[in-house]
Design a protein. Structure first.
Length: 278
C-alpha cells in the first residue's frame, strides 16, 4: 500500500486552510454585522493583508458615515491604500480626513502623511517634475501649519532632497538646449537655473555654458547681430570671472573671451558691418 508523501499531506492541509480562509472572507464581505466587519478589516490591515482589507473599508466608509466610527474607518482606509503603495488614493483619503475631521487628534499626522505620499510620488529627475513641486508645496504647507512639529526636521530634509531633483532637472534641461544647438534657449534656461537655485552645485558649470552659448549663438548669427551677441559673451565672461576666479574652466572661458574680442574687432573694421568705416 502506497502512502502519500509528507509534502502531499502538507500541501493538502495548506489548500484546505486557504479555501477555509477564502470562505470566511467571502462570508465577511456579505455579512451585515458591522462590528464583525470592522474587527475583520482591522485584523486584515494589522496583519498586512491590505488587499483584503480594502473592499471591507470601501463598504465600511458608507456604513459608518456620520457615526462615531467614521474617523477611524476613514483613517484606516487611507492607511490601507498606503499599505498597497497606492499613494494617489492614500493622499486623497488623508487630505479628505483633514477636511472632514478637522478637530481629530490625528489631523497633524494625516496632513504629514498626505504630503509624504506626494514625496513618494516624486519621480526621478529625468522625468516630469510636477509631482515633485506638489510635494514641496505640501511639505512646506505642513511646516507652516505646524512650525513646532516633531516632524519638522524630517520634513525639511525631504524638501531639500526634492529641491535637489529640481536643480538637476533645470541643469539637464539647460544643458540639453546647449547640446542640441538651441543656444538662445540655453542662455535663458541657464540664467533661470542660476537665479532659481543659488546654492546649486551646478552654478559654475551653468555660468561657463552661458559664455559658450552666447559665443556659439553669435557665430551662427548674421553680421548685423554678431556684434551684440559677441558682446553678450564678453559680459558673461566677466560675470564668470568675478564669481569663479579659480575655476578649472577659466582657460576655456578666456579663450572664448579672446575669440569674442577678436571677432568684434574684425566686425568693427569691416565696412559692410560698420558704416563708420565706409
Amino acid at each position: 500500500m502506497k502512502f502519500p508523501s509528507l509534502w502531499s499531506v502538507a500541501f493538502g492541509a495548506f489548500l484546505v486552510s486557504l479555501l477555509a480562509q477564502c470562505s470566511d472572507y467571502n462570508k465577511m464581505l456579505k455579512s451585515g454585522n458591522l462590528e464583525e466587519k470592522l474587527s475583520y478589516a482591522e485584523a486584515a490591515l494589522d496583519s498586512g493583508n491590505c488587499f483584503r482589507a480594502l473592499p471591507l473599508y470601501d463598504e465600511l466608509m458608507r456604513l459608518t458615515r456620520g457615526t462615531e466610527r467614521a474617523p477611524d474607518v476613514h483613517w484606516n482606509r487611507a492607511l490601507t491604500h498606503d499599505c498597497i503603495n497606492d499613494f494617489y488614493l492614500s493622499r486623497y483619503y488623508f487630505q479628505s480626513f483633514v477636511k472632514t475631521f478637522p478637530n481629530d487628534a490625528r489631523v497633524e499626522k494625516a496632513m504629514f502623511r498626505a504630503a509624504l505620499c506626494s514625496y513618494y510620488l516624486s519621480p526621478e529627475s529625468s522625468l516630469d517634475q510636477t509631482d515633485t513641486r506638489t510635494a514641496i508645496d505640501e511639505l512646506q504647507l505642513f511646516m507652516d501649519r505646524y512650525p513646532a512639529s516633531a516632524l519638522r526636521d524630517s520634513t525639511q530634509n525631504m524638501i531639500e532632497g526634492l529641491r535637489g531633483k529640481l536643480e538637476v532637472k533645470a541643469f539637464e534641461n539647460a544643458r540639453l538646449y546647449h547640446k542640441t544647438g538651441n543656444y538662445k534657449s540655453a542662455t535663458i534656461a541657464m540664467a533661470h537655473a542660476i537665479e532659481d537655485y543659488p546654492g546649486s552645485p551646478y552654478q559654475e558649470e551653468l555660468q561657463f555654458l552661458i559664455i559658450d552659448s552666447h559665443h556659439r549663438y553669435a557665430a551662427q548669427s548674421t553680421n548685423r547681430r554678431k556684434l551684440e551677441r559677441y558682446n553678450d559673451a564678453i559680459q558673461a565672461f566677466h560675470t564668470f570671472a568675478s564669481r569663479f576666479p579659480e575655476s578649472a574652466r577659466m582657460d576655456e572661458a578666456r579663450r572664448l573671451f579672446d575669440s569674442s574680442v577678436q571677432a568684434i574687432a574684425e566686425l568693427e573694421s569691416d565696412p559692410t558691418t560698420n558704416p563708420a568705416n565706409r
